[in-house]
Design a protein around this ligand. Structure first.
Ligand code: CDV
Length: 315
């Protein structure tokens, strides 16, 4: 039986600080409606979709920071998205700032969930590679305070067996900066992942290294395409992009086949749905040949990867 599913990447243009959650949810439902017309089984939304990308501001008042976080999912405000998706039989991924109590402690994570067609949350990922800095750095054009506002995710990279359409598939998640690190993909590759869904917010300007600015779109595709091929998996990358509070962010949302080829790509930096029919078996020939991990990997020789964090130069 064919294992083809129809997948949408719902790119979202800039969200300003003045926009409230119901306004954002309305934009998301509009994209979901287009997904329904296109027969989508599954739709990916970006990182921290529900608000503007708040780590660009230094805030001392934790109560103010917490206004950007969700205490429950779904909530009254996000329920319309869950309801529409359930009614139309579409699964989705959603990135948001998660505030939770765990082990008697308040915890804050940059989180993405996988929701099945019945509206049930079947997978949760908490961002592990948090870029940026923890203290105010006024020399920057804008801040990137993920290291201040979030804890490192504590769920590693799980892969969920989810039923999409009539098929079950192996779905994994990561968030934004994770896509630049081969380890993120490999942990899921070692669980046989067939499709990785990831959202991102990537400013065009990189304050610590402005010489990289002209390469932002290239690097975005470079890392996702190479990892799709090396792990024989589909990769769905979806941006929150365009101008947000004076900060321009890259678009380039795309759906990448296990061949490493981009099969659908956004052409705007605004709200835009891209769609592809994805055969979950397309990676099999790679998994059985050049990337037959059980046959060809040599993990004994890779020990340094888990034993050493930073580079240590030879004597
Ligand atoms: N949201 C992110 O993780 N953004 C980073 C930027 C700061 C480089 C990224 O890797 O795209």
């Amino acid at each position: 039986m064919s294992r083809v599913i129809t997948v949408g990447a719902a790119q979202i243009g800039g969200i300003q600080r003045s926009e409230n959650r119901p306004q954002v949810i309305a934009r998301m439902i509009e994209l979901l409606k287009q997904a329904r017309s296109n027969g989508c089984d599954l739709v990916a939304f970006p990182e921290l979709t529900l608000t503007t990308f708040f780590p660009r501001w230094y805030m001392e008042d934790q109560a103010e920071v917490d206004t950007f976080f969700e205490r429950e999912m779904p909530s009254n405000e996000t329920a319309p998205l869950f309801n529409a998706a359930r009614e139309w039989g579409i699964g989705f991924t959603l990135g948001f700032a998660e505030l939770t109590e765990e082990g008697g402690k308040t915890r804050r994570f940059n989180t993405q969930i996988l929701v099945d067609k019945s509206g049930k949350i079947i997978g949760k990922y908490r961002k592990i590679h948090l870029p940026g800095h923890a203290e105010h750095e006024p020399w920057r054009a804008f801040q990137h305070l993920e290291k201040r506002y979030f804890e490192v995710g504590n769920l590693s990279w799980g892969v969920n067996r989810a039923r999409v359409d009539l098929q079950s598939g192996l779905f994994g998640q990561m968030i934004c900066n994770d896509r630049r690190w081969p380890e993120s993909y490999r942990v899921m590759g070692l669980q046989g992942v067939e499709m990785i869904l990831l959202g991102y917010n990537t400013p065009v300007h990189n304050p610590p290294a402005p010489e990289h600015d002209r390469l932002g779109d290239f690097h975005n595709h470079l890392v996702m395409q190479s990892a799709a091929y090396q792990n024989a998996t589909w990769v769905v990358g979806v941006a929150k992009c365009g101008m947000e509070e004076g900060c321009e962010m890259i678009g380039g949302s795309c759906i990448i086949a296990p061949t490493g080829e981009i099969v659908a790509q956004a052409v705007t930096r605004g709200d835009e749905l891209i769609v592809a029919r994805c055969d979950l078996d397309l990676g099999q020939s790679y998994k059985n040949s050049v990337f037959n991990f059980a046959r060809h990997r040599e993990p004994e020789q890779y020990r340094m990867i888990v034993e050493r964090k930073g580079a240590v130069l030879p004597e």
